[in-house]
Design a protein around this ligand. Structure first.
Ligand SMILES: NC(=O)c1ccc[n+]([C@@H]2O[C@H](COP(=O)([O-])OP(=O)(O)OC[C@H]3O[C@@H](n4cnc5c(N)ncnc54)[C@H](O)[C@@H]3O)[C@@H](O)[C@H]2O)c1
Length: 273
């Protein structure tokens, strides 16, 4: 019997306006969960070589979730804004009465060698990718404990969170931080029946994953390319967001009921080489 049903559950997804976050929201809704979709929906990342989402992207996520027959609450909040995330969680409880699943997915990437990027560029990666995830944890965990239903938290790190590549060391530092935070949280929340795991995507077909500004880095430093070898599986393209969602929904569900503190690569075998 499948235990991947999420009927009656409520899931918060950050970075849900497009890309992997949208896919996770839609796939969680298809499994039966109502959704709270958080995204900044504004051009607030100064150093990424690609634009962030716009409000109409979040509206499209809402349309797709509703097409799955589920309810959705959308919130335009920057994950760096702890009070904004706490207000979104308060609205979640007011509207849905519970919170079971958290997907801490929002993130940005930019490129540059560690000693050449500015302090501001380094800080942006840490503030959005690591402090933003901590803010999500800080905002959501009290409500999950209070509800007493257990639950599942999935953080989105990266293959760069366990195998640091050149050219984006600030990104790697933030994603290594996400792995450490997730492992500590898994231990701390075990007594409440709340599982905490992280997924490690690599090369996924989203605006972040197809950002061509990374090519300038490879042109200037050709040796860096050896840190990005061909994948073992399906070598003809990037991973699709829906393929990451399969792992996320599994971790969110009772099918992964004995999995906590784990780092799950979803990377066509990149980390195995
Ligand atoms: N695409 C890849 O190749 C890849 C690989 C490994 C890990 N990841 C990680 O996957 C996650 C999702 O990225 P994606 O590939 O879907 O990229 P994406 O750029 O398509 O989506 C990221 C979403 O996060 C939102 N966002 C950015 N900064 C925010 C902020 N401060 N507050 C709230 N929302 C914010 C954006 O508006 C966007 O909708 C990120 O954490 C990323 O680091 C991506």
């Amino acid at each position: 019997m499948s235990t991947t049903t999420l009927t009656g559950k409520v899931a918060v997804v950050t970075g849900a306006a497009r890309g992997q976050g949208r896919s996770h929201a839609v796939r969680l809704a298809r499994a039966g969960a109502d959704i709270v979709a958080i995204d900044v929906c504004a051009q607030t990342a100064k150093f990424s070589g690609y634009p962030l989402a716009e409000p109409e992207d979040l509206a499209e996520t809402a349309r797709l979730v509703e097409a799955e027959g589920r309810k959705i609450l959308t919130k335009q909040v920057d994950v760096r804004d702890l009070a904004g995330q706490q207000a979104a969680v308060a609205d979640t409880i007011a509207v849905f009465g519970r919170l079971d699943i958290v997907i801490a997915n929002a993130g940005v990437c930019s490129w540059g060698r560690l000693w050449e990027i500015s302090a501001e560029q380094f800080q942006e990666a840490i503030d959005i990718n690591l402090v933003g995830v901590w803010n999500t944890v800080k905002a959501t965990v009290p409500a999950m404990i209070e509800a007493g239903n257990g639950g599942s938290i999935v953080t989105v790190s990266s293959s760069a969170g366990v195998k640091a590549p050149p050219g984006c060391g600030h990104y790697a530092a933030s994603k290594f931080g996400v792995v450490g935070l997730t492992k500590s949280l898994a231990v701390e929340l075990s007594e409440y029946g709340i599982r905490v795991n992280t997924v490690l995507p690599y090369g996924t077909n989203t605006p972040l994953g197809t950002d061509t500004s990374m090519y300038a880095m490879f042109e200037q430093h050709p040796g860096f390319v050896y840190s990005y070898p061909p994948n073992l599986l399906k070598t003809d393209g990037l991973v699709e967001p829906e393929e990451i969602s399969e792992a996320v929904v599994w971790l969110a569900s009772d099918s992964a009921g004995v999995i906590t503190g784990a780092q799950i690569p979803v990377d066509k075998g990149f980390l195995a080489r």
